[in-house]
Design a protein around this ligand. Structure first.
Ligand SMILES: Nc1ncnc2c1ncn2[C@@H]1O[C@H](COP(=O)(O)OP(=O)(O)OP(=O)(O)O)[C@@H](O)[C@H]1O
Length: 253
């Protein structure tokens, strides 16, 4: 089967700083793939390179079997959409929800914009009553739902999720994660998701890659990570740190 996303020997450098080196991975259609690793390990850079907003120095990225060139066409940008961590920063405060959703449709020349906007808002559980609100009139969870609607309205095949719930309260986090899971199943979307929260990644993703200093450390099934079946000391350390953090946070002894 042709992978939804195939990355081969990817490298990204910012001047003389190497942020990604020799990263290869393959994600099947409809699969949910996680990226984990300490801060600065290159997870967001990898998503941004796939989205086409960070230039690639070496290697190749293919979506649905088509290699993305240095100059991408509109159609390949449409196929890969990204949802960012910060729903406050990623939505323009002076635009209504309607305008925010209309903009990508206009750029990509979609017809029936009205019908698509109404459908997109329904799909993320907001409904048309939110259409003419400004983003500052929305809660964090509602904003993130608008950001998801804005990404999905272009009917992408791959959704890149960069810490999509880490700026939200715990209860809202669970709601947004459930919504993402429902949408993936309903639309047979492929997810690539970055999260520092291993519980979130193991819950939402089938497989994941552990990264350190811009390089892959190991790739494993989420079930194996959850069961502690890891091969690399770095991953073991990450797992131990996450358990320690959870114990501290929840007051377990
Ligand atoms: N535009 C840029 N110019 C220069 N350096 C950059 C740029 N973007 C990222 N970097 C550097 O690349 C490295 C990887 O950053 P990246 O944001 O991908 O890490 P990350 O794993 O997503 O971290 P975090 O979990 O903290 O978000 C960091 O050292 C960062 O400072």
């Amino acid at each position: 089967m042709t992978p939804a996303l195939a990355i081969e020997g990817l490298g990204v450098a910012f001047d003389d700083f190497v942020a990604l080196e020799d990263v290869s991975l393959s994600v099947a259609p409809g699969e949910s793939f996680g990226l984990v690793g300490e801060s600065g390990s290159g997870k967001s850079t990898l998503l941004r390179a796939v989205a086409g907003v960070t230039p690639v120095s070496t290697g190749a990225i293919a979506v649905d079997g088509m290699i993305l060139g240095k100059r991408r066409d509109k159609a390949s940008y449409r196929k890969v959409q990204m949802v960012f961590q910060d729903p406050y920063g990623s939505l323009h405060p002076r635009q209504t929800v309607d305008r925010l959703l209309l903009e990508p449709l206009a750029i990509h020349g979609f017809d029936d914009t009205e019908g698509r906007i109404v459908h997109a808002l329904d799909e993320v559980g907001l409904g048309s009553s939110f259409r003419f609100r400004y983003s500052h009139q929305l809660s964090g969870g509602q904003r993130q739902r608008v950001a998801i609607a804005r990404a999905l309205i272009l009917e992408p095949s791959i959704l890149l999720l960069d810490e999509p719930t880490s700026a939200l309260d715990a209860s809202v986090q669970a709601e947004v994660l459930n919504l993402l899971e429902q949408l993936r199943a309903a639309r047979q979307l492929t997810f690539v998701m970055v999260s520092h929260d291993l519980a979130v990644v193991t819950h939402l993703c089938d497989r994941l890659m552990v990264m350190q200093n811009g390089r892959p450390v190991e790739e494993l099934a989420s079930a194996d990570l959850a069961a502690g079946k890891v091969t690399q000391d770095y991953t073991r350390g990450l797992l131990a740190a996450s358990k320690g953090f959870r114990r501290e946070r929840s007051g377990w002894s």
